[in-house]
Design a protein around this ligand. Structure first.
Ligand code: CMC
Length: 431
C-alpha cells in the first residue's frame, strides 16, 4: 500500500507540502507536522493537546469511542479479573506478562525496598497535622531525589530499574506515613511478609498497642482498584512526568511533579471531589437541583466523576468499579450504603439527561472508587493518594520508555504570542 500523506496548502502563497502520515498498530493515523515550520514558517495550535500526539508509546491504548482500554495489548477487564497489581506493574514496565519466576523475583524485589530513610520520615514532623496528604506525598517524593541523586545515572538501565523498584515499593510507605501524621499516630514500619496491598493496609491501620489482622477482602479490593488506576496513557500527570523527565531531571523529582498534577480535581482529585459532591447532594430529591447547576454555564459546579477527554462512552474502569462496589460492600457487610445508592441514582438520571447524552458525558474511573475507599475506612483526603500509589507504576513505565528511547528530546511546546510587540523601556519617573 502506498504511504499515506496529507497535503498542506498555504492558500495565500499556493505553496504545498506533503505531510507524512504515521500509522500505529491500532488507532487513528497521526499526521507528522514536524516539517511545517521549516517549509511554511508556521506552528500548530492545539491548547489542551486535544488532537496532538506528543510521543510514540507501546504501553497503553485507549479507544475512547468504544470504551476500550488495553495495557500492552491486554484488555483491562481481563487484567482486573485474572491478574494482580504486581503482575500488571511488571507488565507495564517490561512489556510482557512474567512467568512464575519473573513474577516472584519482581515481587520480592519490591518487597525488599519498602523502607524509607529515617531522615525522610522525620520530614513529616515539619507538616501541620491537617496538611493535605497529597501535599506531603508530593514533597516527600521530591525529597527522595536528595537521597538518591549521585547514585542515579538515568542513562544506566540498572539504575533505572533500581529507581523503578524503589519508588513503587516506597510510595505506600510514604502515603501511610502521611496518613499516620494526620492522625497523630506513630508510624508503622512496612512488613515484608505481607503482599503489596496488605502491607499498605497494615501501615495504615495497625497501632503499636493492639494486634491488627489485615482483612483479605480489603486487600483484594485495593489490589483491584490499583490495577484499574495503574496507567492511562498520556494523561495530564503522565505527560507532566514525561515533560519534567525529558530535561534529564532526577526521576524522583519528575514523579513528584506527576503527583502534583494528579492532585487537581479535573484529574485524580476528582475521586475526593465526588464524595464531597455526593455528601453535598445528600438525597435523591436534590439530584435535579445539582444537575441543573452542572448544566448552568454561569456556575462553576461540574458533575464530578463525569466526563472524560478521551472516553466518549463508558469508561471501562468505572463499569468494573461499579460492579466491584456491589461485591465488596456485600463481602464487608456494608450493603446499606446511602452514598453508593445516591451515586447509582445520579448516574441513572444523568445518563437520561439530554445535556449529558449530547456531550457524551459518562461516569469515569473516579465516580465510584471513593465508595470502595470509604468502605475500607480510607479518609476522603487520602483518596487521591491511593490513585497516586497505583499510577506511580504508569509514571515510571512512561519515564523508562522515554529515557531509554535514543530519539528522546526535551519537551518544549510553542505558543501563539499575543502580548505587546517590542517597545522601549521607560524609566520609573516617566511612567
Ligand atoms: N459536568 C458538567 N458538564 C461537563 C462535565 C461535567 N463533569 N464535563 C464536561 N462537561 C461539558 C463542558 O462544560 C463542555 O460543554 P460545552 O460543550 O457546552 O462547552 C463539554 O461537556 C465538553 O467538556 P470539556 O470541558 O471541553 O471536556 P475536557 O475534555 O476538556 O474535560 C474533564 C474533561 C474530565 C476535565 C471534564 O469532563 C470534567 O471536568 N469532569 C469532571 C472532573 C472529573 O471527573 N475528572 C476526572 C477525569 S477521569 C480520571 C482522571 O483523569 O484522573
Amino acid at each position: 500500500m502506498a504511504d499515506k500523506k496529507f497535503e498542506l496548502t498555504d492558500l495565500s502563497s499556493g505553496k504545498k507540502t506533503d505531510l507524512p502520515v504515521r500509522s500505529g498498530t491500532i488507532g487513528p493515523d497521526i499526521i507528522d507536522v514536524a516539517s511545517i515550520n521549516k517549509d511554511h514558517g508556521v506552528f500548530t495550535f492545539d491548547p489542551g493537546f486535544g488532537v496532538t500526539a506528543a510521543t510514540e508509546s507501546k504501553i497503553t491504548y485507549i479507544d475512547g469511542d468504544a470504551g476500550v482500554l488495553l495495557h500492552r495489548g491486554y484488555p483491562i477487564e481481563q487484567l482486573a479479573e485474572k491478574s494482580s497489581f504486581m503482575e500488571v506493574a511488571y507488565l507495564l514496565l517490561n512489556g510482557e506478562l512474567p512467568d512464575a519466576a519473573g513474577l516472584s523475583g519482581f515481587t520480592d524485589s519490591i518487597r525488599h525496598h519498602t523502607m524509607i530513610n529515617e531522615s525522610l520520615l522525620r520530614f513529616f514532623n515539619g507538616f501541620h497535622h491537617n496538611a493535605h496528604p497529597m501535599a506531603m506525598v508530593s514533597a516527600v517524593v521530591a525529597s527522595m531525589s536528595a537521597f538518591y541523586h549521585d547514585s542515579m545515572d538515568i542513562n544506566n538501565p540498572r539504575h533505572r530499574e533500581i529507581f523503578a523498584h524503589r519508588i513503587i515499593a516506597k510510595i505506600p510507605t510514604i502515603a501511610a506515613a502521611a496518613h499516620k501524621h494526620s492522625l497523630g499516630q506513630p508510624f508503622v514500619y512496612p512488613r515484608n511478609d505481607l503482599d503489596y496491598c496488605a502491607n499498605m493496609l497494615n501501615m495504615f491501620y495497625a497501632v503499636p498497642c493492639e494486634r491488627y489482622e489485615v482483612d483479605p477482602v480489603a486487600a483484594q479490593a485495593l489490589d483491584l482498584l490499583f490495577i484499574l488506576h495503574a496507567d492511562h496513557e498520556q494523561n495530564a500527570s503522565t505527560s507532566t512526568v514525561r515533560l519534567a523527565g525529558s530535561t534529564g531531571a532526577n526521576p524522583y523529582a519528575a514523579i513528584s511533579a506527576g503527583v502534583a498534577a494528579l492532585w487537581g480535581p479535573a484529574h485524580g482529585g476528582a475521586n475526593e471531589a465526588v464524595l464531597a459532591m455526593l455528601e453535598q447532594i445528600g438525597t435523591v430529591d436534590n439530584i435535579p437541583k445539582y444537575l441543573a447547576m452542572a448544566k448552568d454555564k454561569s456556575s462553576h459546579f461540574r458533575l464530578m466523576g463525569f466526563g472524560h477527554r478521551v472516553y466518549k462512552n463508558f469508561d471501562p474502569r468505572a463499569k468494573i468499579i461499579r460492579a466491584a462496589c456491589h461485591k465488596v460492600l456485600a463481602r464487608l457487610g456494608r450493603t446499606d450504603n446511602p452514598l453508593f445508592e445516591l451515586a447509582l441514582r445520579l448516574e441513572e438520571i444523568a445518563l437520561k439527561d439530554e445535556y449529558f447524552v449530547q456531550r457524551k458525558l459518562y461516569p469515569n474511573v473516579d465516580f465510584y472508587s471513593g465508595v470502595i475507599y470509604s468502605a475500607l475506612g480510607i479518609p476522603r483526603s487520602m483518596f487521591t493518594v491511593m490513585f497516586a500509589i497505583a499510577r506511580t507504576v504508569g509514571w515510571v513505565a512512561h519515564w523508562q520508555e522515554m529515557i531509554s528511547d535514543p530519539a528522546m528530546r526535551i519537551g518544549r511546546p510553542r505558543q501563539l504570542y499575543t502580548g505587546s510587540i517590542q517597545r522601549d523601556y521607560v524609566s520609573v519617573d516617566k511612567r
